[in-house]
Design a protein around this ligand. Structure first.
Ligand SMILES: [Zn+2]
Length: 269
């Protein structure tokens, strides 16, 4: 069994890690797992949606500062910025992006990798692209004859998608009245999975306040009238949708009828 546990989370924008995996990353960081967060862009194309935030710095710097503060809250010590342009990831040659991620995976040798699933939570184009990059990188990192100059092959033991159960979206809608993300004034609905497709649920109740503190670091991205995170009466401990973080195990494929996991490192500790 392995002594040193390493988890790599690969997302598109600052804040992608916070809403659905902030509690999970905090939990494993506190347990001593080496957590690496890979962020493809600095989110500079996103609007400042909070009227209480008046940025004095360029948007990319504002969002990087928010990201670094959130990492401190979550206990994430290792941040890897891939430096691609927000909203433009589909234009990046896939080999360039995948090469960078394979290089990281071979160097860090994580047992567990997390990323977006093929629905990208609400179909954000950068999320879909990062899903493809991550899935390809996990596969190619294990192929010894692919890019041998960037390290020896590494087989990730478990590759997960962050996923929203359909019932979680319904519960969230009850609290927030919201089941979509607005981009440029256009609602992009959250895409949920039936509970039977969810392989892994992490109960982050003990870390719910830290998760909330991390989310609050992204003040520029929180619409006070649509999201409850700055409301005084929002209690993270009583909102089921907030403290259950769900995942789908993509590699290896889950055995049919298997019990739901409550630990991303189940079987590799
Ligand atoms: Zn995003």
């Amino acid at each position: 069994m392995t002594d040193k546990l390493t988890l790599v989370a690969i997302f598109a924008h600052p804040d992608d890690e916070a809403f659905g995996t902030g509690g999970t990353l905090t939990k494993y960081a506190q347990e001593g797992v080496d957590i690496h967060l890979v962020v493809a862009t600095l989110g500079e194309a996103g609007s400042v949606v909070n009227p209480d935030v008046t940025p004095t710095q360029p948007k990319s710097l504002l969002r990087e500062q928010e990201l670094r503060r959130a990492c401190e809250q979550f206990g994430i010590k290792n941040l890897h910025l891939l430096g691609f342009m927000d909203g433009q990831t589909a234009l990046v040659p896939p080999s360039e992006a995948v090469y960078k991620i394979v290089k990281l995976l071979r160097h860090l040798k994580p047992q567990v990798v997390l990323s977006f699933g093929p629905e990208g939570i609400y179909g954000h184009f950068d999320h879909l692209v990062v899903h493809r990059w991550s899935a390809a990188a996990v596969e190619l990192a294990a192929e010894a004859d692919r890019w041998p100059e960037i390290g020896t092959a590494h087989q990730v033991a478990k590759f997960y998608y962050r996923a929203m159960p359909q019932q979680q979206i319904e519960q969230m809608e009850e609290t927030t009245g919201r089941s979509a993300v607005s981009m440029d004034g256009i609602p992009f609905p959250f895409m949920g999975y039936p509970m039977e497709q969810i392989t892994t649920v992490i109960d982050i109740r003990d870390y719910a306040q830290t998760k909330l503190n991390g989310i609050r670091c992204y003040a520029s991205q929180i619409q006070p009238d649509m999201m409850p995170f700055f409301q005084d009466n929002f209690d993270p401990a009583t909102n089921h949708w907030f403290w259950q973080e769900a995942f789908i195990l993509s590699h290896p494929k889950n055995k049919p009828g298997a019990d739901k996991e409550d630990d991303l490192f189940a079987g590799v500790r």
